[in-house]
Design a protein around this ligand. Structure first.
Ligand SMILES: Cc1ncc(COP(=O)(O)O)c(C=O)c1O
Length: 398
């Protein structure tokens, strides 16, 4: 039962309530429109955004004038206040560079913080836009494989040390990790930051999933909050889009303390090559931070129960395994023991659309988005079980 303090949140928000998304230009739902396929791929949720966000958006529409918009000082202050309250991370409003989303920030880092002959270090598996950003810049890169240690996807310091080059300039970090679901601990981040210092690397840390922590007591630590000298070499990318469920009306930002780094990163923002967020993005973000916390706590409870359901179901299926998901609403499922050659295609043929693992760096995996109504998730997991029973049956030809 979702609780915040002594308050039971169950009656306030109904995450079980089905919401019809077909016909709404949904990326996730449109791809399989008209087919009996449960789409659990791209990372958005099937929940209505918090009432506070919807009310703020409705108020802007009611006002009726949708002209060019300044970045609101109130939002800068809300971000500063939230970072201090959640992480004791002291930032200055002037360090914030607004972006239409986090992905443009991954690209700006590759293009402006790595010289043409420079090199970037990228963890793998990882959200595909990290690698795309470096490819399109184009800059050279090394993929640094994360390893499964004590059930968590973590950096391997030996592999990291082997991958760094004299021309390495940028270290990408995804924390919490998509698709692995890891919340990196303070000691893990300290070691990573020490590595960045030793090799004079800028850190680009995507922390978009920071408020989707599913294990009570496991805190998110912004890597820039570790020490002033780490802050000065870090670009932190953040957004309320994921946690509060409005990526289609989005807003994101970078937090960059060092003025020179900020100027270099922001060149395309200042030149308007990269546009500012829309008035709806600003309004949604401010409303989420001011009035969305109770909703967020209830959503995290709901996602935690979905995560537990997924872990139980996957654990009982022959040939499938997954690490415990500490954060995000994404399960990174190892299908290598299932005997199925193409797990993504196999599950799709049985009515469940997952993200193919190759997209993130390992074709033996699939990624499942459990940010959906529980009844739909249960149905998808049943279909996956059936798909595996089918694959283990001897084929008619022997
Ligand atoms: C790690 C990570 N970064 C960025 C994004 C997308 O960010 P945005 O929609 O703000 O561009 C996602 C979406 O799945 C993500 O998982």
């Amino acid at each position: 039962m979702p609780r915040r303090g002594n308050v039971d949140l169950t009656p306030l928000f109904d995450f079980d309530a089905p919401v019809e998304r077909s016909g709404t230009w949904s990326l996730r739902w449109d791809r399989y429109a008209g087919r009996d396929v449960i789409p659990l791929w791209v990372a958005d949720t099937d929940f209505r955004a918090p009432p506070a966000v919807l009310e703020a958006l409705a108020a802007r529409v009611e006002h009726g004038v949708l002209g060019y918009t300044n970045a609101p000082d109130e939002l800068r202050e809300a971000i500063v206040g939230r970072m201090a309250r959640l992480y004791r991370w002291r930032i200055d409003p002037s360090w914030i560079v607004f972006l239409p989303g986090v992905v443009p920030g991954l690209h700006l880092a590759a293009r402006h913080l790595v010289p043409a002959d420079g090199h970037a270090l990228v963890p793998t598996p990882v959200y595909q836009h990290f690698k795309r950003a470096v490819e399109l810049a184009p800059r050279s890169r090394s993929d640094v494989p994360l390893v499964l240690a004590s059930g968590r996807w973590v950096w391997d310091e030996e592999r990291l040390a082997a991958a760094v080059r004299p021309n390495s300039r940028l270290l990408y970090l995804c924390n919490p990790q998509n698709p692995g679901g890891t919340i990196f601990t303070r000691p893990e981040l300290e070691r990573l930051a020490g590595f960045a210092e030793a090799h004079d690397l800028v850190i680009c840390s995507d922390e978009i999933h920071a408020e989707l922590l599913l294990d009570a007591g496991e805190p998110h630590v912004p890597i820039a909050s570790l020490a002033p000298e780490i802050s000065r070499r870090t670009v932190t990318l953040a957004s309320p889009n994921k946690a509060f469920g409005f990526p289609g009306a989005g807003c994101g930002w970078a937090v960059i303390e060092d003025a020179e780094l900020r100027r270099a990163f922001s060149a395309d923002v200042i030149a308007h090559v990269v546009h500012s967020p829309s008035v709806f993005g600003y309004a949604a973000a401010l409303a989420a931070y001011r009035g969305g916390d109770t909703w967020l706590a209830a959503q995290v409870e709901y996602l935690r129960a979905n995560r537990d359901l997924v872990e139980r179901a996957i654990g009982s299926l022959p040939g499938l395994s997954m690490a415990h998901v500490e954060a995000t609403y994404l399960a990174w499922i190892d299908c290598s023991g299932s005997g199925v050659a193409d797990a993504h295609a196999h599950f799709l043929a049985h009515g469940v659309a997952l993200s193919p693992g190759a997209q993130f760096g390992d074709a033996a995996f699939v990624r499942l988005n459990f940010g959906t109504q529980r009844a739909r998730l249960e149905q998808a997991l049943e279909r996956m079980a059936r798909a595996l029973r089918t694959s283990s049956r001897p084929s008619p030809t022997g």
